[in-house]
Design a binder for this molecule. Sequence first.
Ligand code: NOJ
Length: 739
Amino acid sequence: MKKKQLKELVNNMSLKDKIFQLLQLSGSFYQDAPDLVTGPKAKLGIEDDAIQNAGSILNVRGAEKTKAIQKEYMETSHNKIPLLFMADIINGFETIFPVPIGLGATWNPELIKQAAEVSAHEAAVSGIHVTFSPMVDLVRDPRWGRVMESTGEDAFLNSAYAKAFVKGYQGDADDLSDNNIIACVKHFAAYGAPEGGREYNTVDMSERTLREYYLPAYKAALDAGAKMVMTSFNVVDGIPATGNKWLNRDILREEWDFDGILISDYAAIKELEDHGVVENAKEAAKLALEAGVDIDMMTSVYANHLEEVINELPETEKYIDEAVYRVLELKNELGLFENPYRVANAEKEEEVILSDKHRNLARKVVNESLVLLKNNSTLPLNLNQKIALIGPYAESTSLSGSWSFSSDKDSTVTLKDAFSEWLNSDQLLVATGSRVVESEFLKDSLGNYYSEEDDMKLDEEAELKKAIDYAKQSDVVVMAIGEHYLQSGEGGSRADIELPQVQKKLVDEISKIGKPMVGIIFSGRPLDLKAEVNQFDSLLQAWFPGTEAGHGIADVVFGKVNPSGRLSMSFPYDVGQIPVHYNEFNTGRPLEDSGHSKRYTSKYVDIPNKPLFSFGYGLSYTTFNYTNFTLSNKILRKNEKITVSVEISNEGDYSGKETIQMYIRDMVGSVTRPIKELKGFKQVKLQPGETKTVTFEIDESMLRFYNREMSFVSEPGKFEVMIGSNSEDVQTLEFTLEK
Ligand code: NOJ
């Protein structure tokens, strides 16, 4: 349809029908599709007319179901404008990739783009048009459960991933191909910074911090072409994001020129009442509409109250017209007016979903997401040994995090399955050892969402005994341990981020036996691992790796693949340090070189300042050496560039991939600048004995920040450039930006 026809369509619609286009309901309102939504099942109090004419629905999956719903809808709705199907395709559709914090650890945006392409293809043939992904919220607090869905703590790295996700879902070209779906970037804005790491809590930060660190990844997603944005649940400077005109109109639409759809998060318009910024649902509708929210996700606020708002304030109807136009425009771009079913096709689903190609990619992504945190040469494992595989994750299929749906469990490769492919049956002893977490914890914290399936039925005493026996019989113990997948994700904030106590007990018992111990850690967040670092000889951070978990991990454990993952979020030494991130300020009394007495420096008296494992950290089976670090010039002039160059040699026995990281520090600014900021990274593969030169360029635009007047500019003066294999282990040179 042409632009003009779309405009006419909007003009010919009744106010009621226009409002219904802005309503999004879950699939359970249509046919008997299961309701896979995450939030409370709201009792909407909504009329049938609204349901029959709603504009979009969420979280229905499968070609047959989506087609049946669309068919019935087209027969019963009076405008015959097809429904949009949206869903949370977060780390895969049926082929599940590692959770995003694991994807972040690949430092390989090109690979993440390929993973997003696979997710888009599988989702598209099942009838989905839009995914509520990527979540690009910057995170500094691992207590927050949704760090699992973020790619980490750094604006530069998150921006690279944001772009990769969007290009992967929507494709590189301007026009969508059949295999593409629409990306909805979320949660706008700063949802990743709730006070105390407590879910849905207040966010309070300066505009400078917001603009400098939290906003860039959303902007990067939009620059890459993302056609949708979702609001966040939190307040920003006292005003809930969903009713925040400054964020949604002034920044998003005016400053950034965004002309796509803005959707509320689940029930967030209704929750404006709970925030105490409006008295009733009608006011909530008015506030959200004026703030620029186009679609109301899963409440009746728009559907039941916008008409009244327009009757009282006729001039606001223009906002509705704009919003409806945007919704119709997206439907048009997807080709739904010509074919409401688009590419939904059950036969294609069979062919595409979980295909060998997709699974192979998932395995590669697992390989690259694993971060070797410690290694006393126990890894890779010697294939002639007898191995005891112990822990609640040894045979578990709950390896995909909280956004994957139960249907994928049968296709998930467990550690035991994969280890069996490498070892003779008499070389592998497998014991669960303990439950993942105390049953009471699950019951208490999940309430109505508790399901026996997520719990573990086992004779704890017998399991522990078996684990101890097997450990004694083995040459090496591999422990598959971690948090429960429901301890992270939405609603999964934790105050204590250690391993669950039941597993700590198991580790204590096994470590008494004195065998070499390898720990494989499954989690949706950086855990506090300071106890385990002493107990284990080697530690491999595995996140929740998805469908190809077992294969991907076994490749690394048995040395087929040399681990190359790097942390995109710091692992704190202790929760007391949180928020802890590498790009901190120096403070007036830094711990090192401050000239102050030890007492009156910025530090804790009981724990170190540094995290246990820093941003960018990750070991390899080989050793990389950095030499000949040089700058092409010590002076940087505006409109010119400096080339940074360094030689990397592989000095060990394994071929491997190294991630070379470049950080920059502005030594003096009109406002305090961080001690370092990531400004570039590159990956190189090196054979043993091989050396390669890696170069980066620095130009003036990379040195800009929000100055005292909140202008985004660079300031002449001295800078340090640091090159290294993580944010702590760097070599430093200086240069000057000329006036
Ligand atoms: C609430 C979550 O915050 C959001 O990320 C998700 O996309 C929606 N629910 C829809 O499921």
